[in-house]
Design a protein around this ligand. Structure first.
Ligand code: DGT
Ligand code: MG
Length: 386
C-alpha cells in the first residue's frame, strides 16, 4: 500500500471502508475471542447481536495494542464499543480471555452447529434444523444425506442445462451433498501458489473459446491471505465496446468446456440466469456466476485435491465494481454499500454503481475510480480485512 493512502485513513470512522484493516493486527487475541461470540450469535440466528460483535471486531484493529492506559482515553471513543463490549475488552485486558467465550467453546451445541456450517449450503437455519433432528456430527450428516465420503457422482452436464429452472431446495440439497462428500478435500486450505496456478489454467482454457478475456483473483487471496478456503475469479473482456456482448452467456459455455476437459468435476450452482432468488444470501448481485468444484490436471503421480472455485463474469463496464465487491471482506463490502447510500445517495453492489435520484449508472475504468466515485480514499486490498 502507498503510505500516502494509509495516512488518509482514520481509525475512528463509523465505516470500515474508511479505516485500515490489515490481515493481522495488534489486537488479534481479543478479536479471536470476540469472533467466537459473533459466531455463536450467528449460529443462533441473532442477527442484530451478531452485527454488534462484527462491528466491535472491525474497530479493534486499532493501531496499537489495547491496554489499561489507552482504554479510557482512546478506546472508549471508538465507534461501536458500548458499555457491554467495553467491559468485555476490560476483562480481556485483565485476564487474557472473555468468560462468555470460554462458555461457548465448551458448549456441545455450539460445536455441532459450527461443524455443520463448515459445509457449503448449510447456513445457521439449516444447521439448527439438523440439530433438532438429533444429528450431532458430520458423520451423522453423511448418513442423513446418504453421502459416502470421497464419492459424489453428479450429472454435471444436466445441472448446467437446468440452470435457472431449478428450485431453491434442489440447489441447496445438491450443494450440501457435494460439499459433504468432498469435505475432507475442502477442509484443506489452498496455498497462494496453487491459487495462481488455478487462475492460469482457467484463463488458458478460456482463451481457447473466447479470445481477449482478462481476470483478477479476488476474495481472501487478494486481501493477502496466505491460505484460502476457495478461489474466486472475476472474469471480463479487454474490449470496452464489444466486451459486454462477449461476456453474456459465456459462463455456461465456459463451464461446459471446463467440464469436458475434466477440470470442473461438479457444479453446485449457476446463477444470474433470471431465476428467482435461490440461495438469496449467496448471490448479492445479478452477475452470471458459477460455483463449481475444480481439480488441477495432474501428472498421475499423486491425486490432486478437489477445490471450490467460483467464477464471476462481468461486462467491462462493471468489472471494477465486481472486483471491489468480490474482494470483500464481507464487512468491508457491507459498509461500502452503507456509505454509498447514506453519504452519497449512491447504490453500490458488485454488478454496478448507480445514483439513487436518477438511476444514472457509472462505469469506473479503474479500481481507484470506484473509490473516487463514492468519495472515498483508496483502500489497498490488503487493508480491507475488516
Ligand atoms: P475464503 O474463506 O478464504 O474464501 O475467504 P473469502 O474472503 O474469499 O470469502 P468468500 O470466498 O466466501 O467470499 C469472497 C468475497 O466475496 C467475500 O468478501 C464476500 C463476497 N461474496 C461472497 N459471495 C458473494 C456473492 O454471491 N455476491 C457478491 N457480490 N459477493 C459475494
Ligand atoms: Mg474466497
Amino acid at each position: 500500500p502507498q503510505p500516502a493512502d494509509i495516512s488518509l485513513l482514520t481509525h475512528t470512522s463509523r465505516y470500515c471502508c474508511c479505516r485500515a484493516s490489515p490481515l493481522v493486527c495488534p489486537n488479534q487475541g481479543l478479536i479471536k475471542q470476540l469472533d467466537k461470540i459473533k459466531e455463536a450469535r450467528n449460529l443462533e440466528g441473532e442477527e442484530r447481536s451478531m452485527l454488534s460483535y462484527a462491528r466491535a471486531i472491525s474497530v479493534s484493529p486499532f493501531p496499537h495494542v489495547i491496554t489499561h492506559s489507552n482504554l479510557k482515553r482512546e478506546i472508549s471513543k471508538l465507534p461501536y464499543l458500548g458499555e457491554k463490549l467495553l467491559s468485555m475488552v476490560e476483562e480481556f485486558i485483565k485476564t487474557g480471555q472473555i468468560n462468555e467465550t470460554q462458555g461457548i467453546l465448551t458448549s456441545s451445541r455450539f460445536q455441532a452447529l459450527s461443524a455443520f456450517t463448515t459445509i457449503h449450503g448449510i447456513g445457521p437455519h439449516t444447521a439448527r434444523k439438523l440439530y433438532n433432528l438429533g444429528l450431532r456430527t458430520l458423520e451423522d450428516l453423511e448418513r442423513y444425506y446418504e453421502v459416502e465420503p470421497g464419492r459424489c457422482g453428479q450429472e454435471t452436464l444436466a445441472v448446467i442445462e437446468a440452470a435457472g429452472r431449478e428450485s431453491d431446495e434442489a440447489i441447496v440439497e445438491r450443494s450440501i451433498k457435494v460439499a459433504l462428500a468432498l469435505r475432507h478435500d475442502f477442509s484443506q486450505t489452498i496455498p497462494r501458489a496453487e491459487v495462481e496456478e488455478m487462475n492460469r489454467v482457467v484463463m488458458s482454457e478460456l482463451e481457447q473459446i473466447e479470445q481477449g478475456c482478462k481476470s483478477i483473483v479476488v476474495g481472501g487471496y487478494r486481501r493477502g491471505k496466505p491460505q484460502s478456503n476457495d478461489v474466486d475469479i472475476v472474469i471480463s473482456h479487454r474490449n470496452w465496446e464489444s466486451g459486454a456482448g462477449k461476456i453474456k452467456g459465456l459462463c455456461k459455455r465456459f463451464v461446459r468446456r471446463l467440464h469436458e476437459r475434466g477440470l470442473v468435476t461438479h457444479v453446485m450452482h449457476l446463477s444470474g440466469f433470471h431465476e428467482h432468488n435461490a440461495l438469496r444470501t449467496h448471490h448479492w448481485d445479478s452477475l452470471e456466476k458459477a460455483l463449481t468444484v475444480f481439480v488441477l490436471p495432474g501428472d498421475g503421480s499423486q491425486r490432486r485435491v478437489y477445490r471450490r472455485l467460483d467464477l464471476i463474469f462481468a461486462a467491462p463496464q462493471v468489472f471494477w465494481t465486481a472486483v471491489v465487491g468480490w474482494t470483500g471482506s464481507t464487512m468491508f463490502q457491507r459498509d461500502l454499500r452503507l456509505y454509498a447510500k447514506q453519504q452519497k445517495g449512491f447504490k453500490f453492489d458488485s454488478s454496478g454503481i448507480s445514483r439513487r435520484h436518477d438511476s444514472k449508472l457509472f462505469f469506473p475504468k479503474t479500481e481507484r475510480e470506484v473509490f473516487e466515485l463514492l468519495g472515498l480514499v483508496y483502500v489497498h486490498p490488503t487493508l480491507r480485512n475488516a
